[in-house]
Design a protein around this ligand. Structure first.
Ligand code: HEM
Length: 113
């Protein structure tokens, strides 16, 4: 479906294989306002007439969501990941020190014996 052109909606599925510009461009223009996409190409009057065959209705603009961008709140999983991330960084720093200390102690004891 192509929404746009003054909120008009077109079902282009039957036209995908026949579209002279190819099906790919049509698919990238679906489920959105494709007015600019359509007009940028400079479609002929013939193309505009053909388009009318696929008209299926009009969008009720009052039902459209506002254009605000949704930013999801941080989930428990992402916070847990951050925590485990910082604790593993500490472990990466401490582990070599622990191994060094252990080697040092072992060497000290083996010298005494
Ligand atoms: C129902 C909607 C559409 C119809 C009926 C339609 C029809 C046509 C027709 C008949 C042509 C041949 C050239 C002409 O007569 O203008 C064409 C070419 C083309 N169309 Fe569409 N078109 C539609 C939507 C779109 C959309 C949304 C795009 C998105 C970008 C698009 C991109 C193109 C391109 C790239 C060409 C080739 C232009 C060229 O090679 O010169 N069309 N279309």
């Amino acid at each position: 479906m192509i929404a746009g052109l003054s909120s008009l909606v077109y079902n282009v599925t039957p036209f995908l294989e026949e579209h002279p510009g190819g099906d790919e461009v049509l698919l990238t223009s679906t489920e959105k306002d494709a007015t600019n996409d359509f007009e940028d190409v400079g479609h002929s009057d013939d193309a505009k007439a053909t388009m009318q065959k696929f008209y299926i209705g009009e969008i009720d603009k009052s039902t459209l969501p506002s254009n605000q961008k949704y930013t999801p709140p941080p989930t428990a999983a992402s916070t847990a990941n951050q925590d485990s991330g910082s604790s593993s960084k500490i472990l990466l720093f401490i582990l070599p020190l622990l191994i060094l200390g252990l080697a040092f102690v072992l060497r000290l004891y083996s010298k005494k014996e």
